[in-house]
Design a protein. Structure first.
Ligand SMILES: Cc1cc2nc3c(=O)[nH]c(=O)nc-3n(C[C@H](O)[C@H](O)[C@H](O)COP(=O)(O)O)c2cc1C
Length: 243
């Protein structure tokens, strides 16, 4: 191995410590640690700083039992002392945009010019209009424009909105898993679930998209927690994609 020029950091240690954990010990999580990991996850970046991620922490035996059924019986949900359901608000523009603009303005994070630009671009990107027709028209318009000039991806059609939302939520979930690892906690992410039933279990409205569910606690001695990765060289491309 090449000698490292940069001292290894907490981030590197957390990345190496984290393994998808499927068997947990019943030990409780030390007070305050889960909240610290969630506080760090809340600092994950999001497009336009719209912050669509919501976190539902499930700890009670009754809720764990119901959630386990919705995650297709995966037992880590009942074994782990806590499980976090990561939801994405599909209407984050409506629910957060003005408030985030105000907070960023008061904090001096955005110049007046940048705020004016956001006020133009964010509705243009997301607004779908009555029955989604405005969104469809915009989508077609941008597709036509894109034949001649570089055009942005819009998030005004339902599938594109879900993709946009899932992207943001995954950044929060990954930040959470690394934060938890840095505190010595294990996590197990799950995408194998019935989204409608998950929403019902946590009483979330329809606009909340369940994106990923993460069990948290201390790993039990599993038969094998080591994992492999394809060599980086197979996936690393320099300047151009090389097949
Ligand atoms: C988005 C996502 C969804 C996953 N869903 C499940 C799941 O439903 N059940 C499960 O047992 N593992 C799940 N995993 C764990 C992966 O199988 C695991 O991360 C992968 O095998 C790599 O192992 P490692 O995380 O230990 O490096 C999921 C991982 C990710 C990132």
């Amino acid at each position: 191995m090449m000698p490292s020029l940069v001292p290894s950091s907490t981030v590197e240690a957390a990345v190496r410590f984290r393994r998808a954990t499927r068997r947990f010990r019943p030990d409780p999580i030390q007070d305050g640690i889960l909240e610290r990991a969630l506080e760090l996850a809340n600092w994950a970046p999001s497009g336009w700083n719209l912050q669509p991620t919501h976190f539902v922490v499930v700890r009670s035996p009754e809720q764990k039992r119901r959630l386990r059924a919705a995650v297709l019986g995966q037992k880590q949900v009942e074994e782990a002392p806590a499980t976090v359901v990561f939801l994405g608000d599909l209407e984050a523009v409506r629910t957060h945009f003005e408030e985030v603009l105000r907070m960023d303005r008061e904090a001096g994070a955005n110049s007046a010019d940048y705020e004016a630009l956001l006020r133009k671009l964010v509705p243009l990107t997301f607004a779908a209009g009555p029955l989604g027709l405005g969104g469809l028209a915009k989508h077609l318009g941008v597709a036509a424009y894109g034949l001649f000039r570089p055009a942005p991806a819009l998030s005004c059609l339902p599938a594109a909105r879900r993709l946009w939302t899932a992207r943001q939520v995954m950044l929060s979930a990954m930040t959470f898993m690394l934060a938890a690892a840095s505190f010595g906690l294990d996590t197990g992410p799950m995408e194998g679930f019935d989204a409608r039933r998950v929403r019902e279990v946590v009483s979330a409205p329809r606009r909340m998209l369940p994106v990923v569910i993460v069990a948290v606690g201390t790993r039990a001695a599993e038969p094998k927690l080591t994992k492999t990765r394809l060599p980086l060289e197979r996936k690393l491309h320099r300047e151009q994609f090389t097949p």
